[in-house]
Ligand binder design. Structure first.
Ligand code: CO
Length: 204
């Protein structure tokens, strides 16, 4: 079962050791990533590869639509661990153009539980409906909604009590909003970075 994947795993581990014999031994003893990536589960948006980071360098949380819902215990646990224990310096919320989750949130079709999960994206679409309706094509509306969703999730992360406590005690921590392009492999920095409570007050 899955022999091809196991063979790939053995080949990958061998390549890593060939390039750096101490690689895995060092990782066993320490996890000290500087970054938390909150991204979409989409198989075309693999976190480490996109920013060319090795194991040990990126703490990752992924879900459908790259959401940071303030009631979601999974996301909150990851965020608190990253901020309080790992003391990451950067959190990046990374959406992607052509996101099926974003499209599914607003196409009006019923899919079951995932519709409930995607509800925050429908709220973002509603808040910005005038801006979105003014765009000429469906593709442009969805791409803009991907950006607006990322901005909203950046605000969610920055509004979190663990993050605010970290800023209050002087911890250096920046929250960034990016959107990845499946077409080019490039990340678009939305320029909505929040570095502390002052930035948050201005952004809010
Ligand atoms: Co997606």
């Amino acid at each position: 079962m899955l022999d091809d994947l196991k063979a790939k795993n053995r080949a990958w581990a061998a390549r890593m050791v060939a390039a750096d014999p101490g690689f895995f031994r060092r990782l066993v003893n320490q996890q000290a990533p500087e970054y938390l990536w909150i991204g979409c589960s989409d198989s075309r948006v693999p976190a480490n590869e996109i920013v060319d980071l090795d194991p040990g360098e990126l703490f990752v949380h992924r879900n459908v639509g790259n959401l940071a819902p303030p009631q979601d215990a999974n996301y909150l646990s990851v965020l608190q661990f990253a901020v309080d224990v790992l003391k990451v310096r950067h959190v990046m919320v990374v959406g992607h153009y052509g996101c099926g989750g974003v499209a599914a949130a607003v196409d009006g079709r019923r899919r079951g539980l995932v519709d409930h999960w995607l509800h925050p994206i429908r709220e973002v679409a509603h808040v910005h409906r005038h801006e979105l309706e003014a765009l000429p094509t469906e593709r442009e509306r969805l791409d803009r909604l991907c950006e607006l969703n990322v901005k909203r999730q950046v605000m969610n992360v920055a509004s979190d009590v663990f993050v605010q406590d970290a800023w209050t005690r002087g911890q250096r921590l920046s929250i960034h909003g990016w959107v990845y392009s499946l077409d080019t492999g490039l990340v678009n920095d939305l320029g909505v970075t929040i570095r502390g409570l002052d930035d948050l007050a201005r952004a809010g």
